[in-house]
Design a protein around this ligand. Sequence first.
Ligand code: CU
Length: 185
Amino acid sequence: MAISERRRLTFTAIAVILVGIITGLLLGSVLASGAPPTKTFNIVPYNWGYALYDEDWNEIEQIVVERGTTVRMVAFPQSLLSDEKGEQFEQRTIDKGFGEYQPGDPRIAGLIEAACGDLTCASHGVFIGQLNIDLRPKENATTLEEAIDSIEFTTDAIGSFDILCSVSCGEGHPYMVLDGAFVVR
Ligand SMILES: [Cu+2]
């Protein structure tokens, strides 16, 4: 083989490798920029129910995401939210009624007190069994960082999942079921 031909082959090989590397880098950056961003949802368990919010704290009825989305779920203890929100949650409890108590029965406020002494002391779980999620925000922590509990995961199963409470939290514990709270489609 002539030296010039060998040199030509070497240049060709180098050119092919370089084109391959550049194509790979370009493709990688296109794929990375096309990847969906993580979606964050905030969940506040209270006595006795759940409030769901998007990442801007707009209340939503359900969490609905496309399959393949990376989801960050953050559970907040109601005790570290504003007094105004606390009063909203207490009113929701009264409006729901529990067991022998009809919605609006003022004695429900007494049930809350009997369960935990005041509105904010009970802690709850955000439990989705099929997805191995069990968040336990801490009501008695002093900072928000200590108090919140979160999980980040990518949705790979299509379905409708209920949120239940995994902590025995008093009179209304059996009613802490949010049907179809998390939907992956
Ligand atoms: Cu509970």
